[in-house]
Ligand binder design. Structure first.
Ligand code: SF4
Length: 358
């Protein structure tokens, strides 16, 4: 099997007790059936402890019941009691994998690390050079799939084009995001209709040439208001995140993101992680809009604090943990972005353009 991964992927190691925001609090860890089988036969007092905290939650998942909102195995030192007592292989699949994620496309796979982990966020965001990708052959067996091979390989080329647009440092990040949205919008219908030849012909087009259309400040304010109101209605792990969203809504962001490579890396992260999923559902717009809307919100959150690079990394990590890492929040945003005209590609392009025109 051939696996593709961003060049920072293999540098990741959990920093455990040095982590400023553990992944072992704020949510219940779901245990997989293979691990549960192992825990049934674990001897001694620690085996009894494991079995005493296993329960089925309201969603029907088997979880380690949190104590004071923390995993029952998270020690005050920040270390994992299960790891100390039984070693790495005893961890359930979620804990062994996080923050790594993997997507299978038949005989190919893609792996990455999630921005919701502080150490992963540091690796993803803090370099100055454009993010690059590597390939390796693995011993994993191909997974059964019914994806269309022509669409898959065409989308791979289209994603490369999208990443090239986002890494084109000749232009401001706002212009790059507008060109990326133009490109995604232009090929979305072709993806729906399997028009791979048309998509390929559009890979040669220059999306930086589009004319800007007039957009009133009043409409820009209305769109911003709707986006922030939707984000404030999400389920929050940390209630102060909603207050920060309120403070950021009316902040002026003109020029704030210029020459900040972390905003480029953020967009490339979203595109690497979500773009290729269009091969399964043939729906690109929601994935592109989510990336662009996340940029709009994060840019304001950062500008509200005039955040330096380290603080921006923390803000992006928090955003990912609150929004991207929550299935219910992602479902809500996907539905809202599909339904509301406020999230039309044209409207988002105009909003981002109106900021850079100021
Ligand atoms: S959030 Fe990341 S660095 Fe922190 S404990 Fe979890 S995996 Fe380790």
């Amino acid at each position: 099997m051939k696996n593709t991964y961003p060049s920072y992927y293999k540098k990741f190691t959990c920093i455990a007790d040095k982590c400023p925001d553990t992944c072992c609090a704020g949510w219940a860890v779901v245990a997989d059936s293979e691990s549960l089988e192992k825990y049934k036969n674990t001897d001694g007092d620690f085996g009894n402890k494991i079995r005493s905290v296993i329960a089925v939650d309201e969603d029907g998942d088997t979880v380690f019941t949190p104590i004071n909102n923390r995993c029952p195995f998270l020690l005050n030192s920040g270390l994992c009691e299960m790891y100390i007592e039984l070693g790495h292989d005893s961890l359930c699949r979620t804990c062994r994998q996080y923050p790594r994620h993997i997507t299978y496309f038949g005989a190919r796979s893609e792996t990455g690390i999630s921005l919701s982990c502080p150490e992963a966020a540091r690796l993803i965001l803090q370099g100055d050079d454009p993010i690059t990708f590597e390939e390796e052959n693995t011993l994993d067996f191909p997974q059964p799939t019914d994806i269309d091979p022509d669409l898959y390989f065409t989308l791979l080329e289209a994603r490369k084009k999208a990443i090239d647009i986002l890494q084109c440092r000749e232009f401001s990040i706002c212009r790059r995001i507008c060109a990326f949205l133009e490109f995604s919008d232009d090929i979305s219908k072709d993806i729906r209709h399997f028009e791979c030849g048309t998509i390929r012909s559009k890979l040669k087009k220059d999306y930086f040439l589009s004319e800007k259309s007039a957009y009133s400040q009043r409409r820009a304010n209305g769109t911003t208001k709707k986006i922030f109101s939707d984000f404030r209605s999400l389920e929050m792990l940390d209630s102060s995140f909603a207050d920060r969203l309120s403070n950021a809504e009316s902040v002026d962001v003109s020029t704030f993101s210029d020459n900040k490579t972390d905003f480029e890396h953020l967009m490339v992260y979203f595109v690497f992680r979500y773009f290729m999923a269009a091969v399964f559902d043939r729906s690109l717009p929601i994935k592109s809009k989510f990336a662009a809307v996340s940029f709009i919100v994060i840019q304001k959150l950062c500008a509200a604090e005039n955040a330096d690079k380290e603080r921006r990394t923390q803000i992006m990590q928090r955003f990912s943990k609150e929004v991207e890492h929550s299935a219910s929040n992602m479902d809500f945003l996907n539905t809202t972005m599909k339904k509301s005209r406020c999230y039309s590609v044209r409207n988002l392009i105009n909003l981002i353009n109106s900021v850079q025109e100021k």
